[in-house]
Design a protein around this ligand. Structure first.
Ligand SMILES: Cc1cc2nc3c(=O)[nH]c(=O)nc-3n(C[C@H](O)[C@H](O)[C@H](O)COP(=O)(O)OP(=O)(O)OC[C@H]3O[C@@H](n4cnc5c(N)ncnc54)[C@H](O)[C@@H]3O)c2cc1C
Ligand code: SF4
Ligand code: SF4
Length: 1021
């Protein structure tokens, strides 16, 4: 379909929408005025915006001074020089996905991700690209892919994190064996220095360095002088104290600069790698690129224990793999019990207690297979690889440790291996207890040969502290992710955390490793750098910092700091004090939680609703693009690119409101408007977020409490009772349909009820589905039928779209089902989505009482409207408890799900035209993983189907009808319209009634698209 929805709509630019994503309580308004006068970008110092930036993906929380979204280097320089004159700290920030707390500080935050996110220039012939720091690595690589090139470091969260953050953290990923870290790719950086000077750092010869150096000159000259001094005086200290590792991101990157200098040149920009925003602010970077590898092949080696696997790592490295990743028994067992991962973990040979996944890059498939064959011939006993091992293969003369092995050469199987490897994080981070798998020693790096002893000693430390952790991730370069279970809400928990970190630092030093091989120092690890590097290098770090940033304004206290004595003596400001890992914890012993109301829904998890409110760990997964966030989460962020509209933003604000960090209660008008109003309740986060933060359910709770406290609007009542209105509309059709077409009627509706004047309103049919069926009756006698189904005549199908219901009846009957219509009522969905939970519960109770007796007699319940089906299957379990509601939930099906689950469609005869259908599923179905059924049935019937990887259409029940939400609804819809434009399909199909309305209102619409069951009906032979 060659269409384009055109320019994206900016919801905040719509006057009716009245969304500025900030509240009125502004801190330091004089500062705001001054900064606003100096920058083109936005300045936000209100309470809500500051709280939004108080956290990242770490254990920490610090309220910043305010947030600026710069639009240019000039903006950054203006903020920096203004702040420098007043000694106000500044903190550059990208995606805020850091795990050690380096993205939170009491500072003016510069968020580069919003405006400074362009690729400036790609020079494929030179294998170079220049980009602004706020560009997501995923976007950068998407732009470079056409040239067969990529920015090689591949942090796992590269689709959510940005280039400036990758430089700040010296990031890399699973393929660091092949590519190294970000420092290897920084060619040049335009930077703003601590006094606001704009300059460029890049490669200089030693001579040039000396020429530029002047200890009494301007800031830049003093920086060159300090680098020259360190090279001249500290070389030996650096060589003897920096660990010999492929991956070490603790402290400053002095060993890299020293190595460089030995070749006669120094790239000053690479000193910024891993500096965590403490030395200078990057405003543009030139990076070198690598070709995208042609072919990848994988081997998986199975072991009886983690130590055996660790013993094998150094030997496997002799085979020159691109990645060696480990997964231990703790995760294998947890993944085995998780629906999402049981199939991939189920592939493992019996008795597997640890695996090493080994990936090779190759020029073609044959050589990829050969590399795996050679590995398996060397490192396993009696496993038959798919190719003959070569005669001159690498052979390591050590005992065989793996007891079995598998191979993956095609993409689908390789993806399964990677899925298995990545199963760890979501499982570990789903705990709703006060104990969490915290990140504070989660990425130590150890020379691979020392891993077995290190892991054994580490396990002892955990046992001594009465806790446990799993061991997974990048075994090849010796970087293990280890997150002990800790409760930082208790004094003992905090002490245990520090004690483990202390002991592990000793262990790391003993085995020649680093406290951070991946995620950086931040608040969690800065305090251990002195022990890691020794007092002399710690002092060198302080000196380097003091020269780059004389007043310690750039992300102060992190990577390096000064001790309390220097602060107490007045020699150094408080902000320069080395951050303490036990301070500023998000959950600390003083943390208190009070939702302010009693939950109205069932919360089937540890700690109930509080457990879910506290579940978001800030990873920023909800800031990603559609392809990498699981499909749906979070449509409002994708439409607005505002942190406030991410699931993370909402979860953070909710927790902060419920724990007293915000002046407002969650049920206050202001909070509802700024934080929750734009959540469209699509449920995307309930599935796509690694921790399954269910914001739709939380919003329902808070909205319910809001109604209790403040009452409800006419519009909310209208939408909650849409079933009764639709009944009236149908009785008076076609007159009722004409009423809204009377001139001025839409203006009245907008003013009186708040309904968007440009939205097409549903029309009603005089002859309802129920009328039609009453007259027609069932066509398949019950005693001849395979199954018996009660079709639920939901509001829209009954009154507005009876043709969908009729199609469902005909298709079900063609599939041999005896169909009756369930008694007429609604599902409770409209009241539920408006937060009228008692009303919704009463409807749910009525439906359970009416339908369960039939279900117990063998009837199934079938629904054509996905959100109603999910209401029965999932939301009813939140509203009611007991055997009956569980029985109904287990026996309710969407119509295509029903056909697919029991393969009923195979009994029907189809005569399908040559037509390709573009399938857009409903977000509620996606959230409950039921989206594939329609595609399966349509394909079996004979249709060619192009299923879109689409999220929510933006209508979200009544949301898209509401005047102030219309522009947001259209902005979300435009993402879907773009996807349809790129689809190869001839006809769009969508099971959701609201999705079909949104598609009907699309400028390029050919009319309302059909429900999939209508296409099935049309294809019945
Ligand atoms: C689930 C998960 C998986 C992860 N996997 C990996 C992984 O595989 N490998 C890895 O290395 N990391 C990983 N991380 C950590 C993190 O995602 C990366 O380090 C990432 O590169 C940080 O980018 P960001 O845009 O989020 O930066 P931020 O967190 O916003 O910032 C990171 C640091 O860079 C500084 N900074 C940001 N912009 C600038 C600038 N313009 N100038 C100067 N300094 C700046 C900040 O001050 C901060 O100190 C992971 C995190 C999560 C939550
Ligand atoms: S809501 Fe989920 S995906 Fe988003 S930051 Fe929180 S944990 Fe990560
Ligand atoms: S329910 Fe949908 S809109 Fe709301 S936070 Fe979750 S993903 Fe975002």
């Amino acid at each position: 379909m060659a269409t384009d929805s055109g320019t994206r709509i900016d919801p905040s630019a719509d006057e009716v929408s009245n969304y500025d994503y900030q509240n009125e309580t502004v801190a330091r308004s004089g500062l705001v005025d001054d900064l606003q006068a100096r920058v083109d970008g936005e300045v936000r110092f209100d309470e809500y915006s500051r709280q939004l930036y108080a956290t990242d993906a770490s254990l920490y929380e610090v309220l910043p001074i305010g947030v600026v979204y710069p639009q240019s280097t000039e903006d950054v320089a203006a903020v920096m020089s203004y702040c420098a004159q007043r000694e106000i700290p500044v903190l550059p920030r990208g995606g805020g996905t850091s795990l050690a707390g380096q993205t939170v500080n009491e500072a003016v935050v510069l968020d580069f991700s919003r405006y400074m996110n362009d690729l400036v220039e790609a020079r494929p012939d030179d294998r170079r690209a220049r980009a602004q720091p706020g560009i997501k690595l995923g976007d950068l690589n998407a732009e470079l892919a056409d040239h067969g090139l990529k920015f090689a470091p591949d942090p796992a969260w590269g689709d959510k994190s940005v280039l400036g953050g990758a430089i700040g953290n010296n990031s890399t990923g699973a393929h660091s064996l092949q590519y190294g870290k970000t420092d290897a790719y920084i060619e040049e950086c335009e930077v703003v220095l601590a006094d606001g000077t704009v300059t460029t750092f890049g490669e200089v010869t030693r001579e040039e360095l000396r020429d530029r150096a002047d200890p009494d000159g301007d800031l830049e000259a003093r920086i060159y002088a300090e680098i020259e001094r360190i090279l001249a005086e500290e070389g030996e200290e650096i060589e003897s104290h920096y660990p010999d590792l492929k991956r070490n991101v603790s402290g400053y990157n002095l060993d890299w600069v020293l190595d460089d200098a030995q070749d006669g040149t120094i790239n000053v920009a690479s000193l910024l790698a891993g500096s965590e925003g403490t030395l200078a602010i990057v405003t543009e970077a030139e990076v070198s690129l690598e070709p995208i590898p042609e072919t990848k092949s994988m081997g998986l080696l199975a072991y009886e224990g983690l130590i055996e696997a660790m013993e094998d790592v150094a030997d496997i490295l002799e085979h020159d793999p691109a990645a060696v990743e480990v997964l231990d028994d703790v995760l294998i067992d947890l993944a085995q019990d998780t629906a999402e991962f049981e199939d991939v973990v189920g592939m493992l040979p019996e008795g597997t207690r640890a695996v090493l996944i080994v990936e090779f890059y190759a020029d073609d498939e044959e050589s990829g297979r050969q590399k795996v064959a050679d590995l398996l011939a060397d490192r396993t006993n009696g496993v038959n690889p798919a190719a003959d091992p070569t005669a001159d293969r690498t052979v390591v003369d050590t005992p065989i440790r793996a007891f079995d092995a598998m191979e993956a050469h095609d993409e689908a199987k390789r993806e399964k291996f990677w899925k298995m490897r990545k199963s760890g994080l979501p499982i570990l981070l789903s705990r709703t207890t006060d104990e969490k798998h915290g990140s504070f020693i989660e990425d130590t790096a150890i020379p691979p040969a020392n891993l077995p002893e290190y892991v054994a000693d580490f396990q002892e430390i955990l046992e001594e502290h009465d806790t446990f952790a799993s061991f997974y991730a990048h075994a090849g370069p010796g970087v293990l992710h280890i997150r002990p279970l800790i409760n930082t809400k208790s004094v003992e928990g905090v002490e245990t955390m520090e004690s483990i970190a202390d002991a592990v630092t000793d262990l790391v030093v003993k085995y020649g490793g680093s406290v951070s091989g991946e995620h950086g120092d931040g608040r969690a690890r800065t305090q251990w750098n002195e022990k890691l590097y020794g007092a002399d290098l710690w002092e060198t770090f302080q000196e380097l910092k003091s020269v780059f940033d004389p007043d310690w304004l750039l992300n102060p206290g992190q990577v390096v700091g000064v001790d309390a004595g220097e602060v107490e003596s007045g020699a150094m400001p408080e902000r320069a004090r080395t951050v303490d890992m036990t301070e500023n914890l998000r959950f600390d012993p003083e943390y208190e939680f009070d939702a302010g109301f009693d939950p109205a829904l069932e919360w089937d998890n540890d700690n109930g609703m509080q457990g879910i409110v506290e579940l978001c760990h800030g990873c920023g997964g909800c800031r990603g693009p559609q392809e990498t966030t699981g499909g749906v989460m979070c449509p409002t962020y994708r439409a607005s690119e505002e942190e406030m509209t991410t699931t993370r933003g909402r979860a953070n604000m909710l927790r902060q409101a419920m724990s007293g960090d915000l002046p407002d209660d969650p049920t206050d008008e202001e909070f509802m408007h700024e934080v929750l109003d734009l959540c469209i309740g699509c449920k995307g986060c309930a599935k796509d977020c690694p921790s399954e933060v269910d914001m739709a359910k939380l919003k329902a709770e808070v909205t319910h409490a809001y109604h209790q406290e403040h009452g409800s609007s006419l519009r909310d009542k209208v939408f909650a009772n849409v079933d009764a209105l639709a009944g009236l509309g149908s009785s008076f059709a076609p007159l009722s349909n004409l009423a809204t077409k009377v001139p001025g009627a839409r203006t009245v509706l907008e003013k009186a009820v708040g309904i968007a004047p440009d939205r097409t309103l549903p029309s009603f049919q005089r002859t309802t589905l129920q009328d039609w069926f009453d007259e027609r009756g069932p066509q398949i006698p019950a005693d001849e039928a395979e199954r018996r189904a009660l079709l639920f005549p939901d509001t829209y199908t009954n009154y507005s779209h009876p043709e969908v219901g009729k199609a469902a009846v005909r298709v079900l009957e063609a599939a041999g089902v005896h169909v009756q219509l369930a008694d007429r009522t609604d599902s409770g969905r409209p009241a539920h989505s408006k937060g009228f939970l008692d009303q919704s519960r009463a409807t749910a109770k009525d439906n359970v009482e009416a339908l369960v007796p039939a279900v117990k007699e063998g009837w199934d319940v079938v629904l054509v409207e996905p959100s109603d089906a999910v209401m029965f299957q999932s939301d009813y379990l939140d509203l009611l408890s007991g055997e009956d509601v569980e029985t109904l939930a287990a026996n309710a099906y969407g119509v295509c799900e029903y056909l697919d689950t029991f393969r009923l469609d195979e009994a029907a005869d189809w005569d399908v035209p040559a037509e390709t259908l573009t399938y857009h599923g409903h977000c509620h179905q996606k959230a409950t993983k039921k989206d594939h059924h329609a595609v399966g049935v349509l394909r079996r019937a004979g249709y060619d189907v192009d299923p879109l990887d689409s999220g929510c259409c933006g209508m979200a029940g009544s949301f898209g009808y509401e005047a102030e939400h219309f522009s947001m609804s259209k902005a979300i819809g435009s993402i879907l319209f773009d996807q349809i434009g790129e689809s190869r399909g001839d006809t769009v199909v969508a099971p959701g009634a609201s999705c079909r309305t949104q598609l009907d209102d699309w400028d390029e619409s050919d009319g309302e698209p059909p429900h999939p069951v209508e296409k099935l009906d049309a294809a019945l032979a």
